[in-house]
Design a protein. Structure first.
Length: 230
């Protein structure tokens, strides 16, 4: 089943790719991401577009970027996604996969939007216990950084932290270990879903509208090396 994976740049999307590739009945043929055209960043996580492209290269998959304005009215978002689904159908894509964990309303929304398209919605991580899932990701070699967090729910100083056991130990009890309720978002830079790790370094950490944002950069050495190779 030819499948496109909804790609946020975060750990759940990355782990979904790893799980899907273990299923011989599924062929992941691309990654789909919405791009905020005003800032040239991934719409949901605020990750730089260059890092998104580095992920796709490391995963060995085509990247499909859907541009959306900022702010983006829901009708505009839905129209552009519907256009992409039609293009994907023309390319014989049969399914769309999502890294949702347990939020039933989001799953129902995705299922409703795909219901009349002929596309099969897939949820490879659905209802895996998030404490177990987080530990499984770490044990499996996934590495990620916290790129955004809600300051109402989490300590500010965790912005930019590694997604590891020490991070989980510092989470308030009310925060989901995978951040499924929007408490935090991540950028995955290494793991079994990638052919090579993505060299990164920390940029600025800023607070805006009640959220802390950690700007992840490609490591300068990696950028300079690519320039020489080109």
């Amino acid at each position: 089943m030819k499948t496109i994976l909804s790609w946020s740049t975060g750990k759940d999307a990355a782990w979904s790719l790893h799980i899907l590739r273990q299923n011989p009945d599924i062929e992941v043929v691309g990654l789909l991401t919405t791009i905020n055209t005003q800032f040239d960043r991934v719409a949901m996580h605020g990750v730089r577009r260059t890092l998104l492209q580095a992920q796709a290269k490391a995963a060995g998959l085509p990247l499909y970027e859907v541009p959306i304005p900022y702010p983006c009215p829901n009708e505009v978002y839905e129209a552009r996604m519907a256009e992409f689904v039609e293009r994907a159908k023309a390319d014989c894509v049969e399914a769309f996969a999502f890294g949702d964990l347990f939020l039933r309303d989001i799953r129902s929304y995705r299922e409703a939007k795909l219901k009349d398209t002929g596309m099969t919605p897939l949820f490879p991580l659905w209802e895996i216990g998030t404490q177990k899932l987080a530990r499984d990701m770490m044990a499996g070699g996934l590495q990620a950084r916290i790129v955004c967090l809600d300051t109402r729910l989490m300590p500010r100083e965790l912005a930019g932290a590694s997604f590891d056991s020490a991070f989980l130990d510092r989470l308030p009890a009310s925060v989901d270990p995978c951040g499924e309720n929007g408490e935090f978002h991540t950028f995955a830079h290494a793991g079994p879903m990638f052919r090579e790790a993505i060299p990164i370094e920390m940029g600025a950490v800023v607070e805006r509208d009640g959220f802390m944002f950690a700007d992840i950069l490609e490591a300068a050495g990696a950028v300079n090396q690519r320039a020489v190779l080109c």
